[in-house]
Write a protein that binds this ligand. Structure first.
Ligand SMILES: O=C(O)CCC(=O)C(=O)O
Length: 285
């Protein structure tokens, strides 16, 4: 029931903690309420979800859509849809990122159940990419609205995976525009010269990661975070040595869209073209 939920924003920009709900026994009405809260707050935290088994976790994800089997990261035995985010096995995603933007259909949402966390440290930060877009100047927004960016993952196991998406995407449910480039995966803007692309992306990365757009969440074991991957970025703070383990279920999405004319066929001439692509980080998030 709506009136049983205790909802507390965790910062002025993004995120709310939700108490009084058991994610393993959700009714349709409760799910609809959570979905509406997610669109408003972009990341929700649900403490005290000890009863969320891997099956219940996957079932919660399936309420939003088809769930992903991640191309790279380790999985829970018997539950390939549950990705393991484990500190000792490369699971320290300490660079700002949007999940899996190197795919043509990046996830719409991720659900992270923190099973074990260090006694101190290991917080996660999220940044509101609607605000990042809306706080740019109008002429700069107008230029970005017409551009695309290439997102690349290079790993020996999979070779190169890449996708091209609008620099500014329109959220399919809210209709709001958000900045959609990310330090971990975005390689270049093909319509700009190499120097322009590097300078614009560097500015956008720094702009979108500003503390004023973010929240920072201190975990307790069995807290679950649910975020909208279409309008946020996140980063796991790497300031701890102890064991940290999370189970993540990720919900697949559509191709990001933009409602303004793009310039897919325009490329700078010859030497002005972007070459070579920036080599990005090693993670598969
Ligand atoms: O470990 C965390 O807190 C965040 C993990 C992460 O970046 C991800 O699941 O994409």
């Amino acid at each position: 029931m709506r009136e049983d939920l205790d909802i507390r924003p965790v910062s002025g920009a993004i995120g709310a903690e939700v108490r009084g709900i058991d994610l393993s026994t959700l009714t349709d009405e409760q799910f609809a309420h959570i979905h509406a809260l997610l669109l408003d707050h972009l990341v929700l935290f649900f403490p005290g979800q000890e009863s969320l088994t891997p099956q219940a976790h996957v079932a919660f994800g399936r309420r939003f859509g088809e769930v992903e089997v991640h191309p790279l990261l380790p999985k829970l035995e018997d539950h390939p849809e549950v990705t393991l985010i484990e500190s000792e096995k490369g699971g320290k995603a300490d660079e700002w990122h949007i999940d899996v933007t190197f795919s043509p259909h990046p996830p719409i949402a991720s659900i992270l159940h923190l099973v074990t966390c260090p006694p101190a440290g290991g917080d996660t930060m999220w940044s509101n990419q609607y605000l990042a877009y809306e706080t740019l100047s109008a002429p700069f927004r107008e230029m970005l609205d017409g551009l695309t960016a290439v997102h690349v993952l290079r790993r020996p196991e999979v070779g190169e995976l890449s996708a091209e998406h609008p620099v500014v995407r329109v959220h399919p449910v809210t209709g709001r525009r958000s900045l959609y480039v990310t330090r971990m995966w975005t390689s270049h803007i093909p319509q700009l010269s190499r120097h322009e692309s590097d300078a614009v992306l560097q500015h956008l990365f720094e702009h979108s990661e500003q503390p004023r757009f973010t929240c920072r969440y201190r975990w307790d074991p069995h807290t679950v975070a649910l975020w909208d991957n279409r309008a946020t970025q996140h980063l796991a703070v790497n300031d701890y040595q102890d064991h940290r383990l999370g189970h993540r279920v990720t919900v697949l999405g559509d191709a990001p869209t933009s409602d303004v004319p793009r310039r897919p066929d325009y490329e700078p001439d010859g030497d002005q073209r972007y070459y070579p692509r920036r080599v990005n980080a090693m993670y598969g998030y």
